[in-house]
Design a protein. Structure first.
Length: 678
């Protein structure tokens, strides 16, 4: 009897101890500023009527969190499509924390296959239609079980948000599983005493699931990722260094302890597509399980490759300070002044013939031109004899405006600069005017379509823009002209063929493609590619210094959007936070600079590995090459050969006139006298 009484007292004391504990769900404002959604399963009783299966946590949370929005949905566990019908009414506020309670097991002794599928289906719906879920509290009959949870209810790849396991029989505890662990039991957190908070739960969750235990994460890229040399401090062109723009993946793998895989290797828990071209077809192919985590706008640009300019040669160099309109205006002014002087003559002798009048006009024209050029003597003013009324205003205006301002100041100030400096060639500033010019256009960026390598500009972008601007016939006509004009360097997707093309441009050798198209690289041509390739080629040939590289003032209308895709699951917020840290710390910018520096150097090493050190140090020091033209360069004979020729012709004419005046017989006498001294 004593033993029975003792057992009864112990049992009562135990029950009183349990009842005295404060339930964690009764903690005031535990879910403050939260939207809570309860998803439960309908239970059908006999007779066909349904009873409401209220979540056991609903009442307690409602009492302790009066200002939090609560909603509950009942779904039929045998019909997964019913979840989708109710999902559109779920609340969603970007500034509030969204929490979901899931309880689909009506009978704890029975776990039917449709119950397991329903759990997975709920997570799939969260992935598809909700992007702001912070926690999922999921009921589990044995949350402390060491069996890997994701093998029975939901896979880590499709886990929508941080998962917290609860059980209505143990309401004072929550269980936080390690999703990627194989044999570690969920961590139990005692939620009594009112000391628990959502931040504590989030901290424990992050501590357990930040380490992915070398689980495979698949990175889909067109190049093999050899990311072991992302921490280098000195570039080595003789080594095949990794594409530095993917070094963020290496940093991510070190921070979260996962293994980067490519190809069909194992069952990855996460997917990355770092560079994905966003086209209309690609948008349709992106599943709702993927999300865009970064966007890069890549514009198609064009740059000119022109021969190195030289100074003006010949007589035209002396006319270069002024344009054609100025010279024509000056000549017409001389003619006008000459005619005014001729019309102002008081009287003309009756015996003067036309030839003599013509001689006067020619002489006056030469005198007016002499005043313009500053060649004035006493005979220059005889033409103003008996013309005092018009002489004063003409001489004042002509001397001051024409001679002093235009010729003595403007012309003399510009002629030395024009003879010593070099002007850049005038090229079409826009793609619109480039299409109408005679300048050829080449492109190198490849595009794989139906196992054929074609031009990305010619075979993808231009046809897309033709379809896009069908309502603008003028613009479509320009696109068609550009399509016919662009020359694609076939085979440029292969490194050895691209190197051969670049070497031909370097030595100004004619280029021929497999489509019977050719390009004279010794003349001006344009390269039209995306901004990255244009920047690489421009830097490479600026180092060489055998071409004048001129960047166009305006971009083309063509552009491509590159986006980064990632799996939409519980790891996405963690990875996005890490990406933000790499960006704010400047590491991503450093890798981009390494990429922009290494690619031109490596490309030059493939073109000419004998001079790689010269251009390597130039690239690392960011110095400019030596100037090809200096102001102190001596004036060559080409610059004044026309002047010497003109002087020679004048001397020849003068000599013939001299011979005619003295006679042929006297000429023989002069020649005999000269021959004596010789």
């Amino acid at each position: 009897m004593t033993r029975i009484l003792r057992n009864v007292l112990l049992t009562a004391a135990y029950l009183l101890n349990i009842s005295s504990k404060i339930s964690p769900w009764e903690t005031p404002d535990l879910f403050e500023n939260c939207d809570i959604t309860f998803i439960t399963k309908k239970s059908i009783i006999r007779g066909g009527s349904s009873t409401e299966n209220v979540s056991p946590f609903f009442t307690q949370i409602r009492k302790s969190n009066p200002y939090s929005a609560l909603s509950q949905f009942e779904v039929n566990g045998t019909s997964q499509d019913s979840l989708l019908r109710h999902w559109s009414t779920l609340p969603g506020h970007s500034k509030r924390i969204s929490i979901i309670f899931v309880d689909l097991c009506s009978d704890p002794l029975k776990q039917a296959i449709h119950d397991i599928t329903s759990y997975s289906y709920v997570h799939e719906l969260v992935l598809k239609y909700l992007s702001h879920v912070s926690f999922i509290f999921q009921h589990h009959d044995s949350p402390w079980n060491t069996i890997n949870f994701d093998k029975h209810y939901v896979h880590a790849r499709t886990l929508a948000a941080p998962l917290i396991l609860v059980n209505e029989k143990f309401r004072d505890q929550v269980y936080i599983p390690c999703i990627t662990c194989d044999s570690i039991a969920p961590v139990s957190i005692q939620m009594t005493g009112g000391t628990i908070s959502m931040s504590n739960i989030a901290t424990v969750w992050l501590t357990l699931n930040r380490n992915l235990h070398q689980k495979p994460v698949k990175v889909i890229a067109s190049l093999p990722l050899n990311l072991d040399k992302c921490e280098i401090t000195m570039l080595n062109v003789k080594l095949d260094l990794p594409p530095f723009k993917y070094c963020t993946m290496k940093s991510l793998s070190q921070a979260f302890n996962f293994t980067i895989v490519q190809g069909n290797t194992g069952a990855p828990i996460y997917y990355f597509v770092p560079s994905y071209i966003l086209t209309s077809e690609a948008v349709a192919s992106i599943t709702q399980a993927l999300v865009i985590y970064k966007v890069r706008y890549n514009v198609v640009q064009f740059v000119y490759f022109a021969p190195l300019p030289t100074a003006f040669e010949g007589l035209i160099s002396f006319l270069s300070p002024f344009g054609p309109v100025v010279w024509i205006t000056l000549v017409l002014s001389c003619v006008a002044i000459t005619l005014i002087i001729g019309c102002a003559e008081d009287s003309v002798a009756e015996n003067q013939g036309t030839r003599k009048v013509d001689n006067y006009l020619i002489q006056d024209f030469l005198n007016v031109s002499g005043i313009l050029l500053g060649q004035v003597n006493g005979d220059s003013f005889k033409m103003f004899h008996n013309r005092k009324r018009i002489a004063v205003p003409i001489l004042i205006v002509w001397f001051f405006s024409a001679h002093f301002i235009i010729m003595n100041n403007l012309y003399m100030g510009l002629i030395f600069a024009c003879l010593s400096s070099i002007s850049s060639p005038i090229l079409p500033p826009t793609w619109y005017s480039l299409v109408d010019s005679e300048i050829p256009i080449i492109t190198t960026v490849p595009y794989a379509a139906s196992r054929l390598i074609q031009s990305a500009l010619k075979n993808r972008l231009i046809p897309q823009y033709i379809n896009l601007f069908q309502d603008n016939p003028t613009l479509v006509d320009k696109f068609h002209k550009l399509y016919k004009k662009v020359i694609y360097l076939t085979g440029s997707h292969k490194v050895e063929i691209l190197v051969r093309y670049l070497n031909s441009i370097k030595i100004s050798k004619r280029i021929s493609t497999s489509k019977n198209e050719s390009l004279e690289t010794s003349k001006t041509f344009a390269l039209m590619d995306d901004a990255e390739h244009v920047k690489t080629y421009s830097k490479l040939f600026q180092w060489y210094g055998n071409h004048l590289i001129l960047q166009a003032k305006a971009d083309t209308p063509f552009a491509e959007i590159y986006c980064g895709l990632a799996s939409k699951n519980f790891l996405l917020p963690l990875f996005q936070q890490r990406f933000g840290e790499l960006l704010s710390f400047g590491l991503e910018d450093r890798w981009n600079k390494l990429e922009n520096t290494y690619i031109p150097i490596k490309l030059h090493y493939r073109v000419d590995n004998g001079t790689d050190k010269k251009y390597f140090f130039r690239a690392m020091s960011n110095t400019r090459g030596p100037a090809t033209v200096h102001e102190s360069d001596p004036i060559s004979l080409k610059l004044v050969k026309e002047i010497f020729a003109l002087c020679g012709i004048i001397h020849l004419i003068s000599f013939l006139v001299f011979v005619k005046e003295i006679g042929f017989e006297n000429m023989k006498h002069y020649i005999s006298r000269i021959s004596r001294f010789v």
